[in-house]
Design a protein around this ligand. Sequence first.
Ligand code: MRU
Length: 351
Amino acid sequence: MRSVEWHDGNVRMIDQRLLPSTFQLVEYDDYRQVAQAIRTMVIRGAPAIGAAAAFGMALAAYQHPSRNRGETLNHLRAAAETLCAARPTAINLSWAVNRLLQRAEAESDPAAIPEALLAEAQALADEDVASNQRLGEHGAALIQEGDTILHHCNTGALATVDYGTALGVIRTAHEQGKRIHVLVDETRPRLQGARLTAWELKVLGVPFTLIADNAAGHFMRTGQVDLVLVGADRVAANGDVANKIGTYKLAVVAQANGIPFFSCVPTSTIDLSLPSGDDIPIEERPADEVTGLSFQGHSIAPEGIPAANPAFDVTPHRYITGIVTERGVIYPPFDISVRRVMEESLDEPAN
Ligand code: MRU
């Protein structure tokens, strides 16, 4: 099933906090609950939270039907603000919410707004799946028979509406019959790699090995990695990429060892309004995500200690070999090619 969908007038999603031990669906009948689900990572991953917020906007429209157009739009603007505030880094969230808001503003009959927003949210979700499948095809062409791929965080069906971005590339290569192996970073502190990516790869039957984040450099230096594939939460106009914390150091080590490093994103993750990654807001999450884990039944850290928990980092474009999108692979110079791919289809490297 999809990570998020409309079901009997509610927004239904997989509770990703419980995976891999429990597969449980949750349903919400209030857009504020959807915002809270995004904030608390019931659902996570840039495209998935964008789609969840889009369905949240449709829910908001159904919650407060009104014959007064101005009143309806004001209510939707308030809902948009609440949903956008849930998490700051992934551009897909505000991109989706703004698309839904514009759809509502284009509707002259307020009675037609709920249905129009549901259709728009559905279209956005369907487009995400189709984009990921095309992205998977473009990316799989970069993978050779016998390759070992290093992957960080979770970029699979769970992080999108379905199919996945970087993990979609891996899935396509696997389905094409290429013999590949994936090194899965556990991705502290929320362990999206260990909990979610490992679960998805196991279900798909893709050969993989889970590694501690700290082991990635060792595998790269000793020639055991052929390429690195990650997703992204926001790509700036110059090709700088914000992604799960730890991505930056992977990219630096990859370049130091001559290993290609690709970020895989639908174009909905590209934000041309920001000139560079320095402008991307980095989410700081609660300290207890770092300190609150236990190992062999015991807390991993002394009680009450301070901890910093930036959820994302920025990888400057000079460390990135290419950005895989549904429109093709974007190569340097990114300040030209990123802008160009937003305007036209691009199948050849930009020169
Ligand atoms: O904090 P998360 O789990 O929402 O972070 C997710 C990531 O960083 C993913 O790698 C990114 O959203 C790309 S997913 C297609």
